[in-house]
Design a protein around this ligand. Structure first.
Ligand SMILES: Cc1cc2nc3c(=O)[nH]c(=O)nc-3n(C[C@H](O)[C@H](O)[C@H](O)COP(=O)(O)OP(=O)(O)OC[C@H]3O[C@@H](n4cnc5c(N)ncnc54)[C@H](O)[C@@H]3O)c2cc1C
Length: 399
């Protein structure tokens, strides 16, 4: 157990920051979470969560609350956006759940974040503070502190940088590694169930893969809504978050996609767009009593649907190592980083490859994709995913 009076300050109250707060409070630490926004929350969109995330959430004490709000899909389907034919699917029904010990699910982001928020609010060892934007940190032999934009100082025995892809903590820790353009933009919308074409109301996370673009849809909120994400290669030159997007731009970029899928993109009355940022993997997440977690450490393209899952796993590992090392931050942070770096960056680099070679494939590459993916058995898919879905980040699973 951590020494009861040890305090940890977390910059960022997303899924990473709040899951870390739950993990650390569970080991006896007093935790303060600083969030820059007016209130804690998440964007109005869906998120996919693999079995590994449920394993992590069980460790963090929120698994059942999340299970109560999730939608349990039967399949992950890849469709060829040029022909409208199915390329392949992965069954995520009983045999999948039996193999990996938990379901594959989809959930509204506000519900997932809300599960952690409720748990933090109910925990006397977690203090949640809004409207505090971390701008820098200081670390010494005996502690660390966060200094915010308002000039306030939050003292702790250690600091966690969970402030996302634009992390100020990472910026200082690395000496300013560059936030790059990923070259991809994601448009998001949530449709009422009545707006969803009946012939596409599938109990699946469905991905239509087209050259240089793809779209994803799945049911949400007890089948009251459908999540829709349209992603394409872009030359927009500024990273942007939750900006208004235009229907014309989406329709133009999906002009080559089969009408059955493309007509879905005509439904949303409004779109929000994310011009996605990216960072290169780094080998060090630690500066004395300060450590990075979640997207601040390893931002990823969304193509493996694992960024938030990895943030939750980070929280499990960090809490576990602090327990193992009795609150010795130097030892615990080193062990956390060692245990997480390969797995988290395997997701990051695999996601880049999946986007390039599977989801956005064109020409002969598309034909090869269809041939390879279409020939795989369910067993082969499961074996290939065992390294990812089988554990909660504490234990690696033999593939
Ligand atoms: C289109 C899209 C689809 C995705 N789909 C999936 C999916 O299906 N499954 C999945 O697992 N992941 C998915 N992801 C990835 C996932 O959203 C992220 O990996 C996850 O949200 C990271 O959580 P985080 O808490 O580390 O960072 P964030 O979610 O970015 O949270 C950071 C928090 O810190 C706050 N903050 C930022 N800077 C400061 C500061 N200086 N001081 C104080 N507070 C600050 C922010 O306001 C925010 O609340 C997707 C991402 C995108 C873009």
């Amino acid at each position: 157990m951590g020494k009861a009076r040890q305090k940890i300050v977390i910059a960022g109250g997303g899924i990473g920051g709040l899951s870390a707060a739950m993990g650390l409070a569970g080991k006896g630490f007093q935790v303060t979470v600083l969030e820059q926004s007016e209130q804690f929350g998440e964007v109005g969109a869906g998120i996919q969560i693999g079995p590994n995330a449920f394993h992590a959430m069980d460790y963090l004490g929120v698994g059942d609350s999340c299970r109560a709000k999730a939608v349990y899909i039967d399949k992950l389907i890849m469709m060829d956006g040029l022909t409208g034919d199915e390329v392949a699917h992965i069954d995520v029904n009983e045999p999948f759940r039996a193999r990996f010990g938990n379901p594959y699910a989809v959930i509204h982001r506000a519900d997932l974040h809300g599960v952690f928020l409720d748990a933090c609010r109910a925990n006397a060892d977690v203090t949640l503070i809004t409207r505090q934007r971390a701008v820098r940190y200081e670390t010494s032999a005996s502690g660390a502190r966060v200094i915010t934009e308002k000039g306030d100082v939050f003292e702790g025995d250690a600091v966690i940088g969970a402030d996302g892809v634009r992390s100020k903590i990472r910026e200082q820790l690395t000496g300013g590694d560059e936030l790059k353009l990923s070259g991809h933009v994601a448009y998001r919308a949530v449709l009422g169930i009545d707006e969803m074409p009946e012939d596409l109301r599938w109990n699946a996370a469905t991905l239509w893969a087209g050259p240089k673009c793809h779209m994803v849809h799945y049911p949400l909120q007890g089948w009251k809504t459908f999540n829709l994400v349209a992603t394409f290669v872009t030359d927009i030159s500024n990273v942007g978050t939750n900006e208004p997007g235009t229907r014309e731009e989406v329709l133009e970029r999906f002009g080559h996609i089969v009408p059955r899928a493309r007509k879905l993109l005509e439904v949303p009355k409004s779109w929000r767009r994310w011009v996605l940022g990216d960072r290169e993997p780094i080998e060090n997440w630690i500066d004395g009593r300060v450590v990075l977690l979640g997207d601040a450490a390893h931002p990823t393209h969304q193509y493996f649907a694992q960024g938030a899952c990895m943030a939750m796993e980070d929280s499990v590992m960090l809490a576990h190592q602090l327990e193992v090392h009795g609150g010795d931050f130097a030892k615990a942070f080193a062990a956390y980083q060692k245990a997480r770096i390969v797995r988290a960056y395997r997701v990051v680099l695999s996601s880049r490859m999946i986007g390039r070679h599977l989801y956005h494939a064109e020409g002969v590459e598309r034909l090869i994709r269809n041939s390879i993916m279409g020939a795989k058995t369910q067993q082969q898919f499961y074996d290939g995913l065992a390294w990812l879905y089988g554990g909660n980040g504490l234990t690696e699973v033999a593939a």
